[in-house]
Ligand binder design. Structure first.
Ligand code: AMP
Length: 278
């Protein structure tokens, strides 16, 4: 694997790839875990070459503290990717991605109206800025994103198509710890007590699959929220039940044939997100 830390280095490594028609791309912010590696494995199955980026994108952070404390572990990331058989690790500098301020505003098809959208203003526009910039540099045929960030996956699919990129977007299932907690780079920021409390999120949201037979979507949300918040270390920011395709709120079960519950929960100051199909 070639580790490249600038655009110049990346371009040189890119030129050495013999089959540019078969590039699979996995964009990440690093602090890699098995969730990320599952995307690399999917890419390897489908593509001759796999390029992974590690870039903590400042334009998608609306919280300065979150950006400052985001874990950065490039050496360990490189070792894991080498083992997974990635061809190139692209770990650019901010100036490589944003030689000047990126002022582009993207059409996100209204898919940012609920969920993370209103709680993290500008977040998905920042995601679109970095992903399009990376697509232009890496020029992949395939790109792989996790369902962990379900709304992001839907939004990436939307703007990839709307902007006419010839890139197939593949969504990969959520990889969880053995206690059910969705793997996340931010899990390393939890205190030992918070880490013990955090699986309560997934365990509780799974109960919605039973509750939906007797309660309305709103009642399910209230019940789940109450139960998550009954753990003193957790504090629900939001729980929503949306249609898995148009991402609009489901107010009655007949509204959707693939309802999805998504949530953000604080184990302060760490913010955890999760989602499941109902
Ligand atoms: P991040 O580094 O958090 O920006 O994530 C990079 C990519 O890995 C995104 O497409 C995420 O959805 C995906 N990802 C992160 N955690 C998981 C997980 N636990 N399971 C599957 N995919 C994940």
């Amino acid at each position: 694997m070639i580790l490249t830390k600038s655009l110049g280095e990346f371009k040189k490594a890119f030129e050495s790839l013999p089959d540019k028609e078969s590039i699979g791309f996995v964009p990440t912010m690093g602090a890699l875990h098995e969730g990320h590696l599952s995307l690399v494995q999917s890419a390897r199955k489908k593509c001759r070459h796999v390029i992974v980026s590690v870039f903590v994108n400042p334009t998608q952070f609306n919280n300065k503290q979150d950006l400052a404390t985001y874990p950065r572990t490039l050496d360990a990331d490189a070792a894991l990717l080498e083992k997974e058989g990635a061809d190139i690790l692209f770990a650019p500098q901010v100036e490589d991605i944003y030689p000047e301020e990126d002022t582009r505003i993207f059409d996100l098809g209204g898919l940012d109206k609920y969920g993370e959208g209103p709680r993290r203003p500008g977040h998905f526009n920042g995601v679109a800025q970095v992903v399009t910039r990376l697509f232009d540099i890496v020029r992949p045929k395939y790109a792989f994103f996790g369902e962990k960030d379900y709304q992001q996956l839907a939004i990436v699919k939307y703007f990839t198509k709307a902007l006419g990129y010839d890139i197939e977007i593949t969504g990969c299932p959520i990889v969880r710890e053995s206690d059910g907690l969705a793997k996340s780079s931010r899990n390393t920021l939890l205190t030992p007590e918070q880490r013990l409390a955090a699986p309560h999120i997934y365990k509780t949201i799974c109960k919605a699959r039973e509750l939906k037979h007797t309660l309305s979507p709103q009642q399910v949300i209230e019940k789940i929220k109450e139960e998550i918040d009954s753990n003193g270390l957790l504090e629900t920011e939001y729980i929503e039940i949306v249609d898995g395709t148009d991402l609009k709120p489901v107010t009655k079960w007949s509204d959707s044939d693939n309802p999805r519950l998504w949530c953000a929960v604080y184990a302060r100051p760490v913010r955890l997100i999760d989602n499941i199909a109902l």
